[in-house]
Design a protein around this ligand. Structure first.
Ligand SMILES: *[C@@H]1O[C@H](CO)[C@@H](O)[C@H](O)[C@H]1NC(C)=O
Length: 117
């Protein structure tokens, strides 16, 4: 596990990517008439080869499906990866917000640094 210590504004933090990626093979099937179709599968959905897609929360993933493989990366930031001194970090769609530990309705400014685990 890499510990990176960064002092950033909240806006900049929301743009930071997890860069958590994976590859899967695409699949080719043949119809009874001999027509071939190549697709990539993600969570039971079949995406046509050649497409790029991005799924909103809670998936928060973007993928490229080619004729040979699918490359997917998570985007946004997850609260479980972030520690902000003096604030609680909570998930907010594909991003995070920092809230006051005593009042989760109030936004919070970290006293020092934000740590991304
Ligand atoms: C998908 O392809 C585009 C263009 O080649 C690239 O900019 C992007 O980073 C790729 N995305 C993923 C998740 O691999």
């Amino acid at each position: 596990m890499m510990l990176v210590l960064i002092t950033v504004s909240l806006v900049a933090l929301l743009d930071l990517s997890d860069a958590q990626c994976f590859l899967t093979k695409s699949v080719t099937r043949t119809s009874p008439y001999g027509t071939k179709e190549t697709y990539c599968e993600y969570k039971k959905f079949q995406f046509a080869a050649g497409c790029t897609f991005q799924l909103a929360s809670p998936e928060c993933i973007k993928c490229n499906c080619t004729s040979t493989m699918m490359n997917c990366c998570m985007y946004g930031q997850s609260a479980s990866n972030v520690h902000a001194e003096g604030c609680n970090v909570i998930n907010d769609f594909c991003g995070i917000v920092l809230v006051d530990p005593k009042d989760p309705k109030k936004l919070c400014t970290p006293s020092e640094s934000i740590t991304i685990l």
